[in-house]
Design a binder for this molecule. Structure first.
Ligand SMILES: [Zn+2]
Length: 125
């Protein structure tokens, strides 16, 4: 039941995540496999891209295999952001991150990434 509400509340991202899941499974021929961390479902996949260790798209959290516990916690941080913002997450994330990038902020220092980083660090304490 919990996942039903997550899927509804994050429907635009979850739709993108579903398309990405099918891409990985059917086109890329690497079916992501499920694991659970702190009561949250994740999908492990050997290859997402060479540059991205993890990506959270609504219900779907993808993580590159063996990219580590820290990335898992970081993605849970992004999961929390999506639970706050719901359908607004993608447009807000893209506008805020895009404006910051235009002003020369590196991707890892943009607001949503710093918040996810802080969340990952706090989760260990
Ligand atoms: Zn991130």
């Amino acid at each position: 039941m919990k996942y039903f509400f997550i899927i509804l509340w994050t429907l635009p991202q979850t739709f993108c995540g579903g398309v990405f899941y099918l891409y990985l499974w059917i086109i890329n021929k690497k079916k992501p496999y499920l694991f659970t961390y702190h009561n949250r479902h994740f999908y492990f996949c050997e290859t997402i891209t060479t540059r991205i260790n993890g990506i959270t798209l609504g219900y779907f959290i993808f993580q590159r295999f063996a990219s580590g516990d820290y990335i898992t916690r970081h993605e849970i941080g992004h999961d929390r952001q999506q639970l706050w913002l719901g359908w607004l997450f993608l447009p807000v994330y893209l506008v805020v991150t895009g404006v910051q990038r235009l002003f020369g902020v590196s991707q890892e220092n943009t607001l949503f990434e710093v918040m996810a980083k802080d969340y990952a660090i706090r989760m260990t304490n």
